[in-house]
Design a protein around this ligand. Structure first.
Ligand SMILES: Cc1ncc(COP(=O)(O)O)c(C=O)c1O
Length: 415
C-alpha cells in the first residue's frame, strides 16, 4: 500500500521531510502523519516499552473499539509482537508448564500451533472440522467429543485455539457457532486464543467477521480471550515486516504479570512494524489527499482475492476426483482429493503419505506448489492439499488449466 510505504519511508528517514521533491510529490496528509508519528515516538532506532510503544497500542485499542462497537479497550492490555507468531508463542509460554498441559487446536490447523506445543513439551487435543454440504462445519458436539477424550486420559485443556477465518480450510464461523464455543469454554474453564489474522479476508457477501472479543462481551461472559491480529494478512500483506499484536480480555492479573515478564525478556518487538501497525489501524480518512489511492489499492487487493477465491473454488470442483468446500475467508482452499488404491500403494512403496505423492508429482510435472493435507492434519483415510488464492489474476487462469491437466493425467496413471 502506497500510504503505508510512503509514511514508513519518511519515518525511517526523517531527512526526507526537508526534501523539496518529497514535499511536492507526497500527499500532504502523509507528510503530516509522518511528522505526527515522529513527534510521538522520536524515531525507530531505539528500544520501546517491552509491550510496544504506547502510541501504537493506543491506536490499536481505538481500532478494536471502532471495529466491535462494544466496551472499551485499555491499551495496557495490548502487546505488540514480531508477527502474530510472537504473540502466539508468548501466550502459550504463559499457559504451559508441563507435558500434562494441553491446548485444543483445530484439525486441520496452521502448523505453528502443533509445532509450538511440541517445542514447549505440551500436548495438543485436536478437534476436527467436518466437511458437510459444501462447507467446513464445527459444532459444540465436536468440541465435546474432543475434550471428553482428553479428560478420559487425565488431560484437562487450558485453552482452545480458534482460527477464524481459517488457515488452511478457509472457513468463516457464524455468530451462533461462536456463541456455542464461548459457552463450551465457560463449561470447561478454557481461555480462547482467537487467531483473527484473516479478519479482513471475508469473501461471502452474506457473511460477516465477528471477533471473539465482541461475542464474549455481548454474552457478558468472563471467558479470557487473547485476540491476535497481524500486518501479514488482510490487504496490507506486509508479512516481511513482522508485526502483530495480542489484545487480552478477562485474563487473571497473575497471568498478565507473567505475560509482561515474557514480553520484557526480548526487550521489544521491531519498531518499524510497530509504526506499520499504527498505520494499518489508522487509515487515511475519506476526503484526505491520500484517501482515493489508498481506497483504490485496498479495493483492488480485496476484490482480486475474492475473485480468485471464487475461481479456485469453481475450477477445483470441475476437476475429477476433487471436492472443494466454499472458500468463505482467509487465503486458501483445502480440497479433498480422492486417491486410488494404486496411488496409495505407490506412495507407500516410497515411504510417503499418498497426498504427499500427489503434491510432489504436481510440483515435478507443473511447477505448482501445493501443501499436502498431512502437513495440517486431516481425518484418517482422507487426503487433501492446500492451495492459495495469492497468485496474480492473470496467472491463476493459466495455472488452474495446467493443474487440471496434471490432475487428469495423475488419476489416469494410477487408475
Ligand atoms: C492462522 C495464522 N496465524 C498466524 C500466522 C502468523 O502470521 P505472522 O506473519 O503475523 O506471524 C499465520 C501465517 O500464515 C496464519 O496463517
Amino acid at each position: 500500500l502506497s500510504y503505508l510505504r510512503q509514511t514508513l519511508s519518511l519515518v525511517t528517514n526523517p531527512t526526507l521531510l526537508s526534501n523539496d521533491e518529497i514535499a511536492r510529490t507526497f500527499p500532504t496528509d502523509i507528510l503530516e502523519q509522518a511528522k505526527f508519528i515522529l513527534h510521538k515516538i522520536k524515531g525507530v532506532g531505539a528500544y520501546t516499552d517491552s509491550q510496544g510503544s504506547a502510541f501504537s497500542r493506543q491506536s490499536i485499542a481505538k481500532f478494536i473499539e471502532r471495529r466491535d462497537k462494544i466496551g472499551q479497550v485499555d491499551f495496557k492490555n495490548v502487546f505488540l509482537s514480531n508477527g502474530a507468531s510472537g504473540s502466539i508463542s508468548m501466550v502459550l509460554d504463559a499457559l504451559l508448564f508441563s507435558e500434562k498441559d494441553t491446548v485444543m487446536i483445530p484439525i486441520p490447523q496452521y502448523p505453528l500451533y502443533s509445532a509450538l506445543l511440541t517445542l514447549k513439551g505440551a500436548t495438543a487435543v485436536g478437534y476436527f472440522f467436518e466437511s458437510k454440504d459444501d462447507r467446513w462445519h464445527l459444532d459444540s458436539q465436536i468440541l465435546e467429543t474432543a475434550i471428553l477424550d482428553s479428560l478420559k486420559v487425565g488431560k484437562k485443556p487450558k485453552a482452545i485455539v480458534v482460527i477464524n477465518p481459517g488457515n488452511p480450510i478457509g472457513q468463516l464461523l457464524s455468530y451462533e457457532q461462536m456463541v456455542d464455543i464461548v459457552h463450551f469454554c465457560e463449561k470447561y474453564g478454557l481461555a480462547i486464543l482467537a487467531d483473527e489474522v484473516y479478519q479482513e479476508n471475508v469473501y461471502d457477501p452474506a457473511s460477516e467477521f465477528h471477533s471473539f472479543r465482541k461475542v464474549v462481551l455481548q454474552l457478558q461472559s468472563s471467558v479470557p480471550v487473547a485476540s491476535l491480529n497481524s500486518l501479514s494478512k488482510g490487504f496490507v500483506g506486509e508479512c516481511g515486516l513482522r508485526g502483530g499484536y495480542a489484545e487480552f480480555l478477562n485474563w487473571d492479573p497473575e497471568v498478565m504479570t507473567v505475560i509482561n515478564k515474557l514480553a520484557s525478556i526480548f526487550l521489544c518487538s521491531n519498531t518499524v512494524a510497530q509504526v506499520a501497525l499504527h498505520l494499518m489501524v489508522s487509515p487515511p480518512l475519506p476526503g484526505s489527499p491520500s484517501f482515493q489511492l489508498y481506497d483504490s489499492e485496498k479495493q483492488q487487493i480485496l476484490g482480486a482475492l475474492s475473485r480468485k477465491a471464487k475461481l479456485l473454488y469453481l475450477s477445483l470442483n470441475k476437476m475429477s476426483n476433487i471436492q472443494c468446500n466454499r472458500i468463505e475467508g482467509a487465503m486458501y482452499a483445502f480440497p479433498e482429493v480422492f486417491l486410488s488404491p494404486s496411488a496409495c500403494q505407490a506412495a507407500s512403496a516410497l515411504g510417503i503419505p499418498p497426498d504427499q505423492l500427489y503434491c510432489l508429482e504436481a510440483l515435478e510435472r507443473t511447477g505448482i506448489v501445493l501443501v499436502p493435507g498431512s502437513g495440517f492434519g486431516q481425518k484418517a483415510g482422507t487426503h487433501h492439499f492446500r492451495i492459495t488464492n495469492l497468485l496474480s489474476e492473470e496467472a491463476m487462469q493459466e495455472v488452474m488449466g495446467e493443474f487440471a491437466g496434471f490432475n487428469e493425467e495423475f488419476h489416469n496413471r494410477y487408475s
